[in-house]
Structures are given as structure tokens and as C-alpha cells.
Design a protein around this ligand. Structure first.
Ligand code: FES
Length: 106
């Protein structure tokens, strides 16, 4: 699947990931700015916070308990579009997904 990461200044990175890769891993592997993934994907740091565009909301996995808790610890404001990038695996249903990277993660 391909994933588009949009930066606050409008710059966009389009990356291709192996199916099942998390948004966080895909971003870190491809050097996308603004996604840190400090805890390595364990839903413990919130430095992989992203805003998923609403048109892809229906294809997203449910928010888990750990994710729910960490989403209250994000540096940038939590919104209805907020997810932890490490908890969203990109399957076929999310091909072409567009996510907005927050202003800051720490
Ligand atoms: Fe730490 Fe996602 S990488 S919460």
C-alpha cells in the first residue's frame, strides 16, 4: 500500500510499505519528518501521533485501550482524527491513505 504523509507546511512524502506495516514504521523507515516512534511501537510514547484524513476513518482498526490512554498524552492537540501511527497497520483497505503529521511530537 502507499501512504501519504503531509507535513504542517504542506510538503508531502508518498511512501510504499509492505502490507501490514504500521504507519509509524513506514514513516521512520522512509525518513519522514515528524514521526519519532520513541517506544518502538508499543503504544507507550505518543511520538507517532498522526491525524488520519476522515475519508479513511471507516477503514481504520479500532482504538485499543493502550492507544486510547496514550492519545491523551500527545504533544499536539488530540482531535477526532488522532491515532497512534504504531497502532495502525496498513492493509489493502488503507491503500492510498493520507495522514497529517502534527506540528510537534515532543
Ligand atoms: Fe510509541 Fe507509537 S511509537 S506510541
Amino acid at each position: 500500500p502507499t501512504i501519504t504523509f503531509t507535513q504542517p507546511d504542506g510538503r508531502a512524502d508518498v511512501v510504499t510499505a509492505v502490507e501490514g506495516t504500521s504507519l509509524m514504521r513506514a514513516a521512520v523507515t522512509n525518513g519522514v519528518d515528524g514521526i519519532v516512534g520513541e517506544c518502538g511501537g508499543q503504544a507507550m510514547c505518543a511520538t507517532c501521533h498522526v491525524y488520519v484524513r476522515p475519508e479513511f476513518a471507516a477503514a481504520l482498526p479500532e482504538i485499543g485501550d493502550d492507544e486510547e490512554e496514550m492519545l491523551d498524552c500527545t504533544s499536539a492537540e488530540r482531535t477526532a482524527r488522532s491515532r497512534l501511527g504504531c497502532q495502525v497497520a496498513v492493509g489493502a483497505g488503507l491503500d492510498g491513505v493520507v495522514v497529517d503529521v502534527p506540528e510537534g511530537q515532543v
